[in-house]
Design a protein. Structure first.
Length: 294
């Protein structure tokens, strides 16, 4: 199957994942293995067949399906992964387009609430579930917007700390000290269950939003993730913490591993001393580092 036919036959979220994997394959496994040409072909197919008039991409060729912010987030992640290793300006252009779309249409200018679902014309979907927000995605978008600024040499968007503040204020259950799955536009809880992955994105967000003498937020985020990983058999993990504070006995999806690795990678970068020529970020507070070394 050609790359064009492959991209046309898969859901867009799958295409985004493939493109990120191509960047990993190109950068880590075999720079001459054709990963780059595959990624170029996928981008060309997306732009030709799924481009939306207001920016970003449709969910289907006919433009009838509900538009989603989340696939664009993964597409931005993939573009940034390529931007770090490939000088082709297409990656910067793609990243710029998605960042602009996020800032202009996904994020409410007044409240910093990040909308998830949109009508085919690009306007926010009214009513439920259109008004349900995911705190974990507020953290994740904040981290990626910050990375975009660093990779492109732009000023960090003002939305970065606002997204984090919205999630901290409305999306963290203070009794269980975890980020919940969903909240409503007014800040009330829509889904009190707390999956594992929002805890990892909370860590990444707090790593880029640290303040002098403020270790409590990051320490709490690390401790919340540690609870999910506290299993007798190393490698196993809990996936869902119910509203009553007990973990749900159920299978853990493989997708959580991707989030865990992302959080650990950023923590490791913050823990290690800067290499020659690096400015690096401030080292983690000792109490956080000790918690990670348990």
């Amino acid at each position: 199957m050609s790359e064009s036919k492959l991209a046309s036959s898969l859901p867009r979220s799958t295409n985004n994942s493939l493109r990120a994997h191509y960047a990993c394959g190109h950068g880590s496994l075999d720079p001459g293995g054709g990963w780059q040409s595959r990624a170029y072909a996928l981008v060309a197919t997306l732009k030709r067949e799924l481009a939306h008039p207001v920016g970003g991409f449709r969910e289907d060729r006919d433009g009838r399906l509900t538009l989603r912010a989340n696939p664009h987030m993964h597409l931005l992640e993939a573009a940034l992964a390529w931007l770090a290793i490939d000088p082709n300006p297409m990656w910067r252009d793609l990243a710029d387009e998605i960042v602009t779309l996020c800032r202009d249409r996904f994020i409410d200018r007044n409240t910093a609430a990040l909308r998830e679902l949109f009508k085919p014309d690009g306007t926010p979907l009214a009513g439920m579930p259109g008004e349900v927000l995911k705190p974990g995605h507020h953290y994740e978008w904040a981290f990626l917007l910050d990375r975009w600024a660093k990779l492109t040499g732009r000023d960090r968007p003002a939305e970065v700390p606002r997204l984090i503040a919205f999630a901290d204020t409305n999306g963290v259950d203070r009794q269980r000290r975890v980020a919940v799955n969903g909240v409503k536009l007014d800040g009330s809880v829509a889904d009190a269950t707390a999956r594992l992955w929002p805890q990892t994105e909370r860590i990444r967000a707090h790593l880029i939003d640290r303040h002098d003498g403020d270790a409590a937020r990051l320490r709490e985020a690390v401790e919340s993730l540690s609870r999910y990983l506290d299993e007798p058999l190393p490698g196993l993990r809990h996936e869902n913490l119910a509203a009553d504070g007990r973990f749900v006995v159920a299978a853990a999806p493989a997708t959580s591993l991707y989030h865990i690795v992302g959080a650990i990678s950023e923590l490791w970068t913050s823990l290690r001393p800067p290499r020659n020529g690096e400015h690096g970020s401030a080292p983690l507070p000792s109490e956080v580092a000790l918690r990670l070394d348990r």
